[in-house]
Design a protein around this ligand. Sequence first.
Ligand code: HEC
Ligand code: HEC
Ligand code: HEC
Ligand code: HEC
Ligand code: HEC
Ligand code: HEC
Ligand code: HEC
Ligand code: HEC
Length: 435
Amino acid sequence: MKKLLVLMLLFLVGGGYYIYKKEGKILPYYEQLTKNHVGIEVNLQDAAQKEAHFVGSAKCKKCHKDNYNEWSHSMHPKMIQDVKKDPSAIVANFLQLPKDANFKLKNIVYTIGGKFKQRYMLEKDFNGTKDYVVGNYQWNSQIHKWQHFDTWDYWYKNAYPHDDMKVPTSTTCDGCHFTGFMSKQKRVELGIACEVCHGPASEHVKNPKSAVYLASLVDPSRQNEVCLQCHMRNRDNRLKNQNMSSIYGDARDYPIGYEPGKSLAKLKMVAPFEMGHATGEFYANGAGKHNRTQGNEFVHSAMAKHGITCINCHNPHTLQPTAQHNTGNALCLKCHAFNSIIGPHEKSLEAHTHHKANSKGSLCVECHMPKVGRHAPGSPFTVRSHMFGFVTPAQTLKYGMPKKTNACYACHQDKTMKTLQNDLESWGMVGWDKR
Ligand code: HEC
Ligand code: HEC
Ligand code: HEC
Ligand code: HEC
Ligand code: HEC
Ligand code: HEC
Ligand code: HEC
Ligand code: HEC
């Protein structure tokens, strides 16, 4: 009898292990991946939040110390900084500011960003309302240079005067950089704070039983919306049935009215793209030429189609992984396993990558998240693709993409694209687009 029990136990453990190997490590995500779709137009916001207003992150600190600390060390709260409160927010060299700049150091009210580039908000009155404009030079932090910048030179250029002093940040930028502006048109807090993702929380602060939005509880096809409200290239929603001249002076580059839980699809129009046709924003395969295209790219990926979301990889409070804090292959191997159903289909790391295990050429992100975009003209390619596919050297040339955006070429610039394509073919690894 004992023997039989032991045998049965062994069988169970062994069988479990076999399934685990076969299915990869994706099983823990099974519930997420098989949730019923609720539809993209359904409003998921709790009734209590419909009446609530924004109160700011300081109010959350007392009860959610850990989340608060994690978030406060991330880049999100630092997007907009008050120069009066913290002059060190300015990363530019003002001794080199070109003579034709329309601002001086003393005119700056807020800095925007700084990791890749920094722009400057100047106060300006628009028909009696206090608003802001962006200075006509930006500091490129990657190449340490001032560069000319025009606020109007985007898809909405025919909706604004071609004069940087006449384009307000309220319509073109602030929805994505201040908390509260997207839905209530009020700059409640500088930068990206708690309520941007959890919704207005005045009721919850009074009574913690009153619900706030928690993206991880909803259908994965809706989960990304809290990130996509900002991390995506858009068009003004009204262009679905109006033309540019009818929104003159008011073209919005962000989904005005969005609050976590509301239907994002109803409030914005995604930047147009048709597979096979390059645009000013995208290469012919859908990869972004610039920054802020994570959402546009991710929707093309097999991972998004299978219900994987931004927060399966990124901690929403620390934001890691980032270029500075990356856990390497461990992140991908949370779900992927060698010789598993979701791949890689080879039996080991070296058999899949054809590089030594400890080589940079064996890092998943180097081949599957190649650096395809730039943050500003003249910047190096540092924006990593979120399509999670693989672009062969031959495809890079076919799509008319710069050679340096190819994963193999980025590390092997001493070789030709043809040689690298041959290497790949000799490994038997060019079947991607034929599957
Ligand atoms: C007085 C203490 C208190 C304050 C202030 C407070 N919370 Fe909470 N919060 C709680 C408690 C307690 C829970 C757990 C509630 C429960 O399980 O029903 C909670 C839960 C949450 C959750 C998880 C919700 C869920 O469905 O699991 C989020 C998100 C959240 N709070 C965000 C915030 C934000 C953002 C703020 C600031 C605007 C804030 N809280 C302020 C006490 C507080
Ligand atoms: C960029 C969006 C974003 C911001 C900003 C953000 N959160 Fe969250 N938060 C999320 C998401 C998404 C989850 C769900 C994570 C999960 O369940 O894996 C979450 C989970 C939580 C939870 C419940 C689970 C837990 O980790 O305890 C609390 C409480 C919370 N956040 C509070 C806050 C507070 C307080 C702030 C501001 C200091 C904040 N959040 C800022 C997106 C955000
Ligand atoms: C309200 C707009 C907004 C929302 C919502 C938002 N982000 Fe961001 N995010 C930004 C901006 C702006 C930056 C650049 C911050 C900076 O440079 O200071 C950024 C930066 C980041 C970074 C890079 C951090 C670094 O250290 O370089 C990551 C990763 C990121 N966001 C992930 C997310 C995820 C995941 C979500 C959803 C859970 C999300 N964001 C929601 C606007 C937003
Ligand atoms: C739809 C949302 C959205 C709008 C509108 C928007 N941004 Fe951003 N912006 C982001 C996000 C998200 C990031 C960070 C992600 C990335 O760069 O890939 C970012 C990054 C930046 C950065 C670089 C930050 C850094 O630390 O290097 C600057 C500067 C910036 N934006 C300025 C502007 C200005 C000026 C406008 C208006 C003319 C504007 N943005 C409009 C969402 C937006
Ligand atoms: C499968 C995992 C995965 C998913 C899903 C994912 N990311 Fe990322 N993301 C990464 C990794 C890894 C990096 C950092 C790569 C590096 O530079 O080392 C990154 C980088 C970024 C960055 C730039 C950070 C920097 O340091 O420049 C932003 C912004 C970002 N992701 C936003 C998003 C958003 C928004 C989504 C959802 C639409 C998303 N990511 C989905 C893995 C993922
Ligand atoms: C939360 C789970 C999860 C994580 C984490 C994850 N993946 Fe995936 N990945 C999936 C699923 C599910 C699929 C779809 C499998 C299929 O099509 O059979 C997939 C598919 C892929 C594919 C195939 C794409 C195609 O077009 O066929 C690649 C490449 C990939 N992932 C790379 C990565 C990389 C690189 C990372 C780390 C940065 C990563 N994955 C992290 C779950 C994950
Ligand atoms: C992140 C950098 C990186 C990427 C991406 C990369 N390699 Fe490598 N590669 C290396 C390094 C470093 C070596 C040195 C030997 C080793 O580590 O295995 C190497 C070695 C090689 C070798 C054998 C030695 C030689 O130079 O002839 C070939 C062939 C090769 N790579 C081809 C490729 C191809 C094809 C791709 C694209 C699928 C690629 N590599 C992607 C870094 C990279
Ligand atoms: C040297 C480049 C390189 C590296 C590094 C790399 N891959 Fe791949 N990967 C490829 C290529 C090329 C393909 C396409 C194979 C084909 O078309 O037959 C591929 C295919 C895949 C697929 C699709 C299923 C399959 O096996 O064809 C998955 C999943 C995947 N890789 C995951 C990963 C993960 C996870 C890592 C890190 C542990 C990783 N890859 C590292 C080049 C690489």
